[in-house]
Design a protein around this ligand. Structure first.
Ligand SMILES: [Zn+2]
Length: 140
């Protein structure tokens, strides 16, 4: 399937949650029912206990930046590896920032771009940390 210039993935029981859960605003990931570990990339059997029983649960969508690169393309977009609070690592687009502003462990959060139909593509953006107002006064 092709959407604009992008080829869209085939939805399967293993991949559907990744590509469609953005409709809810949160990424959902397979999780082993027996040992409660996350299964990403998704697999038929748990990599830790070999169980084939999974559920699909939303993750926080918050994490940190592990590494990144600027793609040598006229648009110069950024691709990053992020690690979510759940320990899940994702390779995805990073938007709204400049490479010079990035540091390892910079907090990120996920957001989604609707590609049409059931498809939502996850992206990462820098998490703007909000300081409590009393803390802002102490800083100034
Ligand atoms: Zn397991």
């Amino acid at each position: 399937m092709v959407h604009d210039q992008r080829a869209l993935p085939e939805l399967t029981d293993l991949t559907a949650a990744h590509w469609t859960s953005g409709a809810s605003g949160r990424l959902s990931v397979r999780r082993c029912v027996h040992c409660l570990r996350w299964s990403f990339p998704p697999s038929r059997c748990c990599r830790h206990c070999w169980s084939a029983d999974f559920t699909v649960e939303p993750v926080t969508g918050k994490g940190v930046l592990l590494t990144w690169t600027e793609v040598n393309d006229p648009s110069g977009y950024l691709v990053a590896v992020v690690e979510l609070e759940e320990g899940i690592r994702l390779l995805l687009g990073l938007t709204g920032t400049e490479p010079s502003a990035l540091r390892v462990d910079t907090p990120i959060r996920l957001y989604f771009e609707h590609l049409g139909g059931d498809f939502w593509l996850p992206f990462a953006e820098i998490e703007e940390l909000e300081l409590p107002e009393d803390r802002l006064e102490a800083v100034s």
